[in-house]
Every structure is written in C-alpha cells, then in structure tokens.
Design a protein around this ligand. Structure first.
Ligand code: SAH
Ligand code: ZN
Ligand code: ZN
Ligand code: ZN
Ligand code: ZN
Length: 425
C-alpha cells in the first residue's frame, strides 16, 4: 500500500480455529485512511498489481524530500516580510505561490526561531487511528534531553519524537559547545520541509519502511554506526494504538542496524533505547524486550487533555519510559516527588511504596498499591479480593462466568490471544 509493505493479520472467527489470514495496512488502523486488503491465499492478477503500483505511486507526497530541501534553502534567503506559511496546506510558500493560496490562512513573517521549531508551526495530526501526534510538554522534553546529556549520549535516533529532535537540532545550531545530534524518523512528511536528508527520514515504524529507499536507509545506518556505534541512543514515542509486535519487530531491525557497527566489545550489548508507552503495555513490551524495565517517570503532553502531569491538579499521565539501561542510572527529578529506592535500585514515584512481601516498589500508576495475601501480589488501591473469581478486581465487577472459555478453541483457562492452537506467526 502507499505506506509500504502491509502486515499479515489473522481474522478470528468462531468456526475456523486457525482463523483466516489477510494483509492490511501496517500503519492505518482505520479502513477509511487506507483500505488495502488482501487475503493471504488470494491470487492477484497482473492488471490489479499494476493498478496497485500506480495507485501507490500517485499517493505519495507531491514533492520529494530533495525538492523540499531546495525550497527551504530559497525560503531562508527571503526577507522576513516575504516568508509565509500556509496553514491550510501546512507548507512554506515561495513568493511565486502566494497567488494560489490567496484565500488560505497564512502566517507571515516566519522567523528563524519558528523555523527551528516546526512542531509549533505545524498543527498536530491528532487522528487517533493513524498519526496520534501528541507532543511532549516542555517539562518532559527538557527532562528527556537532560537525561540524555547526563548519560553522555552524543547521538539520538528520534523515532516519532519530532519535538525532542527539534530541541536537540535547535540547540546544536545555536550553541557551539552543544555536541549532541539527532536524526528524526517519522511518517509525518511535513517535516521534510525543515530538515535535510541527514536530519530526517520519512519512515514507517510499523513495517520498518524507509520511503526514501536505500539512500535513506544508509543515512540511518551511518548515523547509528558512526564512532563504532558508541554513545548513541534511540528514543521512540509511538502511537499508543499501535501493535506492539509490529513496533518491536521494527525496533529490533534498527537495533540490528546499530549492531553492524565495528566495535567488538559490544557483542552482547543492545543499542540503548527509551521506548515511551503507557504502563499497561508493560507485559507486552517485556515479552519482546526482556531486558527492558519500566521507569516511574510520568511523561506528559501539550495537546493531550488526559495525559498531563498530576502535580498541577490534573490527572496523572499513564505514559512511562521503558529502557534497557540500568534503572539506577535513570535519575528522576526529586523536586517532582520521585525518590530513590535502595532495594529496587531505581527511582520511584512518591506514592510508590516498597512492599516487603513483594520485595519491590509495586505501583504502576503512581498511586500507592496494597498487598493481597491471597493473590500474593500488590493490586490497585480500588480493588478487592473476590472469592468467586479467585483474584482481586473492582468491587462492582461482573464475575467472570465459569463457562467463559477461549474464543478460538472454547477451552477454559486462557484468552484467545494466548490460545495454544494458534500458531504464533
Ligand atoms: N511526543 C512526541 C511525539 C509523539 S506522537 C514528541 O513530542 O516529539 C507520535 C509520533 O509518531 C508523531 O510524530 C507521528 O507523526 C509519528 N508516527 C505515527 N505513526 C507513525 C508511523 N507509522 N511511523 C513513523 N512515525 C509515526
Ligand atoms: Zn522498592
Ligand atoms: Zn506486595
Ligand atoms: Zn487478591
Ligand atoms: Zn468476581
């Protein structure tokens, strides 16, 4: 499809235990955004293939990255009074194009500072099913940057983190002794108007597809492998509706790219990574990356009403940092209430108390959790032990029916996602 190779899914029906497999768009979870569909065993005719290729070709951005870079060069030579940005087309305009956009909303007098902060200039693409662009609040972005600097990193592969990329590149262009560099990989092609091919690659993180082909892939590989791959970290903040296994598969490929760097002493090492994602995906992420640990730091966002920081009276953010770096190295701000637990050897949120029975700081959401002796683990403060279900749950939950078996094979004891009769493709 226009977004690169499709992914193989399985449709689980009640009759066929194995389910029927089909290909669909990797990045759009809404058929309205991309309606690519093909059964796995379907024969596709030559004519249909050709039509598909033609469709994919015509559904690419109207200009290439190179053309956008050339336009940018022209744009910055213009005097301030001639620098216009079309808000409707989300595009920097050259004087010859003003005419065509005359009945559009324009921003005039685009300054150098504005050009250094494209994430402020462009409106966030919030459609949940595809881009889900939620920008870091200043507090969180600065925290990430300081952490990266304190840990001594020199290169940041920013995968779906345009705002982090932009503060790094902005500092690099203004402060002589600032030595950190960033490469942005993102599906939002609007950014190609502001960054060269060495700063931005049009990339799909659900299928590891570089829209710029081999040259773009090589840019990324070089960036990762420079200086024997030392002092590089990848930071990613994918859309939360995204499939964890698809993301994990792409991230493993990026890690493998880094591994190609020559250094021999990193044989058993992984590329350092921050994966920013909600805490309730912890089990899923650890399934794919057993070396990762979840940090208590609450990441918050500018344009997300729900995911803002608790300290200001708003709801607490469920978004966390997952990392393969030693947890004790991730120093969280004491002034925001985080403290160091000497037993767990990591920073935890203020409400997270160390449970003697579990021998760990067990809260996931920042509230203080309570230990249940019957479940032999800590649970949310709002939960109670239910003797019917033999586990803790909300007081007014509907008890699980004894006959509620697996949707695929009908047997009790597991859900369909864990059904042993499904081959793990
Ligand atoms: N908090 C980050 C932005 C995270 S929002 C920041 O402030 O920098 C998710 C980001 O992932 C967006 O920039 C979005 O354009 C990008 N994205 C969404 N789907 C993607 C995909 N399939 N491949 C690559 N990037 C994607
Ligand atoms: Zn502890
Ligand atoms: Zn406990
Ligand atoms: Zn219990
Ligand atoms: Zn119950």
């Amino acid at each position: 499809c226009p977004l690169g190779p499709a992914l193989l899914f399985v449709k689980i029906g009640q009759e066929a235990a194995e389910g029927r497999r089909f290909y669909a768009c990797s990045a759009c979870r809404d058929r309205k955004d991309c309606n690519f569909f093909q059964w796995e065993d379907e024969k596709v005719s030559e004519t249909r293939l050709a039509a598909r290729e033609e469709y994919n070709r015509t559904h690419q951005p109207p200009r290439t990255h190179r053309q956008n870079v050339e336009r940018y060069k022209e744009f910055v030579l213009l005097p301030l009074s001639k620098r216009r940005f079309c808000q409707e087309c989300q595009q920097l305009l050259l004087p010859a194009e003003w005419e065509k956009h005359s009945d559009h909303q324009l921003l005039c007098g685009i300054s150098a500072a504005q050009l250094r902060s494209p994430s402020q200039l462009l409106y966030p693409l919030e459609n949940k099913k595809t881009n889900a662009q939620y920008l870091f609040a200043g507090r969180s972005c600065q925290f990430l940057l300081d952490l990266i600097l304190d840990l001594g990193f020199r290169r940041v592969l920013s995968v779906g983190t345009p705002r982090l990329h932009e503060i790094i590149q902005s500092k690099a262009s203004q402060e002589e002794d600032f030595r950190v560099r960033s490469l942005l990989l993102d599906i939002d092609f609007r950014y190609s108007q502001f960054y060269t091919e060495d700063e931005f690659c049009h990339y799909n993180m659900f299928n590891h597809h570089f829209f710029g082909g081999e040259a773009a892939r090589e840019t990324c590989r070089k960036f990762l492998c420079q200086d024997n791959g030392e002092r590089v970290i990848m930071v990613t903040d994918p859309p939360f509706g995204g499939l964890v296994e698809a993301l994990a598969s792409s991230f493993k490929k990026l890690m493998a790219m880094w591994k190609e760097s020559e250094a021999e002493d990193q044989d058993n090492q992984e590329m350092p990574m921050f994966w920013i994602f909600p805490y309730f995906f912890e089990t899923r992420i650890l399934e794919f990356f057993p070396s990762f640990r979840m940090m208590d730091y609450q990441v918050d966002y500018d344009n997300h009403a729900l995911y803002k920081h608790g300290k200001t009276g708003r709801r607490q953010s469920p978004v966390r940092i997952f990392t393969n770096l030693t947890p004790s190295r991730i120093v969280l701000p004491v002034e925001e209430g985080y403290r160091f637990c000497a037993v767990c050897e990591r920073y935890v949120s203020s409400g997270n108390r160390h449970c003697e029975m579990c021998n760990s700081c067990t809260s996931k959401d920042g509230r203080q959790w309570k230990h249940c002796v019957l479940c032999k683990k800590c649970v949310k403060p709002s939960w109670f032990h239910c003797n019917n279900c033999n586990c803790c749950a909300l007081q007014n939950h509907a008890c699980e029916k004894p006959d509620a078996g697996c949707f695929v094979c009908g047997k009790a004891g597991h859900k369909r996602s864990a059904c042993p009769s499904l081959s793990h493709a």
